[in-house]
Write a new protein. Structure first.
Length: 491
């Protein structure tokens, strides 16, 4: 400690000196700030927070009052009116912005289905495709919001339900207009052109998806996720069939041979391989270099995750050092204790990094993705699958869950949270129930096979509320259907 204490002390003094210099240099610019900026800064912050929360939409009355008081204060400042009167109006605007934020949060918490319905309608461009229906839904939302501002929660709930129904209605109509109408147009065009001859399988698949989408729209009026995804995919496949036809015709016009086509198909993978410094060879087909690219990308992703955690560790160390510097301003004699605390923190971080690497090496890329969130270790079990709609753990996954137990045992006195997640297909209630049942099943298996104290393991289901990828693509939905085992080491 004696050898490291002196350099550390000198470093602290240097930091303090720089901070004092900074304080001296910044004092003049602060005093020279625009008077209006200083006068309005609290209200400006409240206004920004209100805008970020969309308070203008979910608390229109209070937000409008805040805007009015702000504009009055701004106009009064320009005209040089009494400073005390200006301060009162500025404070009133700030208070109303804060009230608007509070009401907005209340609206979102109580009427989350309405908020989600609006977002879903926006995602399919409902304002552009069905402007009248959108306007009607927006007016219903405004009535619900103003009723909540008046303190009438029950009446606001009724109005929010009405708004939700209108948003769902306009969403359905927009899906039909945006995706199915265009898809049907493309399908009709394809049947009358070379598309039917050149890309019959893709065209047939697009028609199959469109039929499923229309069926979903009829049978599941209030769960549009699957219908929207099917409609989007149907349109994509119809456009793909058209593109395939154009490509085949261009090959025919250029009189390309099968050899030419195969060589051309290797070019994109070759370019990606070159960018990743991989020596791609295609003598065994395209799968081998493609797999090499994927492995390299996964390794890079792991490196990025590790670097991000290193940055987080450094931030934590800087925060601890900053606290030390502040303490030195009043108690320089406390330096040794602060230095020891920082050293302990760095040692603990080193231990956590080593254990994290052990957990990471426990699982293959196909079995799980291992992540860190500060001290927590997240084992994302991509290799664990359940039968459709069920929560039964099949024997083939017992070895994978045994590895989870081994990872947990690396952290004495840690706790575990088993999280269940689904994609967005199906009703919210069904997904919530299924995710909870699957998380419970994994918890019970871990307890039974790992001789773990039950109080150390909890389980919870999040349904479709915490996606990590887009639900519009099958690969994204596959990632969202997952079990996350979160290990919480004891601090």
């Amino acid at each position: 400690m004696r050898k490291t204490g002196q350099p550390f002390f000198c470093g602290i003094l240097t930091v303090m000196f720089v901070l004092l210099l900074m304080a001296g240099w910044t004092a003049a610019p602060l005093s020279a700030q625009n008077p209006k900026t200083l006068l309005f800064q609290d209200a400006d912050k409240a206004k920004k927070d209100a805008d970020d929360a969309e308070a203008f939409r979910y608390s229109p009355g209070q937000y409008e009052t805040a805007e009015k008081k702000y504009e009055e204060a701004d106009d009064g400042f320009k005209k040089g009116k009494n400073l005390e009167d200006l301060k009162k109006k500025i404070e009133m605007s700030r208070v109303y912005y804060l009230k608007a934020i509070e009401t907005t949060n209340q609206f979102k918490n109580n009427f989350s289905n309405c908020v989600r319905a609006r977002s879903d309608a926006l995602n399919v461009d409902a304002p552009a495709f069905r402007p009248e229906g959108w306007k009607e839904a927006e007016e219903a939302l405004e009535k619900a919001a103003k009723t909540l501002e008046d303190g009438n929660l029950n009446s606001a709930k009724s109005k929010a339900t009405k708004a939700e129904e209108l948003y769902r209605k306009v969403e359905l109509e927009a899906i039909k207009a945006n995706y199915l109408d265009k898809t049907r147009e493309l399908l009709t065009e394809g049947k009358k052109s070379d598309v039917k001859k050149k890309a019959p399988k893709t065209l047939e698949y697009a028609e199959e998806l469109a039929g499923k989408a229309e069926k979903q729209l009829v049978e599941n009026r209030y769960d549009t996720d699957e219908a929207r995804q099917l409609a989007q995919e149907a349109r994509y496949q119809a456009e793909l069939a058209k593109s395939i036809t154009w490509t085949i015709k261009s090959w025919e016009d250029e009189k390309k041979t099968m050899e030419d086509i195969i060589l051309d198909s290797n070019v994109p993978v070759q370019k990606i391989s070159d960018a990743l410094d991989l020596n791609a060879r295609f003598h065994n087909g395209i799968d081998e270099p493609t797999d090499a690219v994927l492995r390299k990308i996964r390794r890079m992703q792991q490196t990025i995750a590790s670097l991000e955690q290193d940055v987080s560790d450094r931030d934590e160390q800087i925060e601890a050092l900053t606290t030390t510097v502040k303490a030195l301003e009043s108690q320089v004699g406390d330096l040794k204790t602060k230095e020891e605390s920082l050293a302990q923190l760095m040692e603990q971080q080193r231990i956590w990094r080593e254990k994290y690497q052990q957990v990471e090496q426990t699982f293959t890329v196909q079995e799980a993705q291992v992540l860190r969130s500060k001290e927590d270790v997240i084992v994302r079990l991509y290799g664990l699958s359940f039968p459709v709609g069920k929560s039964t753990i099949q024997p083939e996954y017992f070895s994978l869950l045994k590895k989870v137990v081994e990872a947990f045992q690396l952290y004495p006195q840690a706790t575990i949270t088993v999280e269940g997640h689904t994609d967005s297909r199906g009703s919210d209630a069904a997904n919530q129930k299924l995710s909870t049942a699957r998380a419970d099943a994994v918890r019970e298996y871990l307890l039974a096979s790992g001789n773990i104290e039950p109080s150390l393991v909890r389980s919870t289901g999040y349904g479709e509320t915490k996606p990590i990828a887009s639900n519009d693509m099958e690969d994204g939905r596959r990632k969202n259907r997952r079990i996350d085992v979160v290990i919480h080491p004891q601090k």
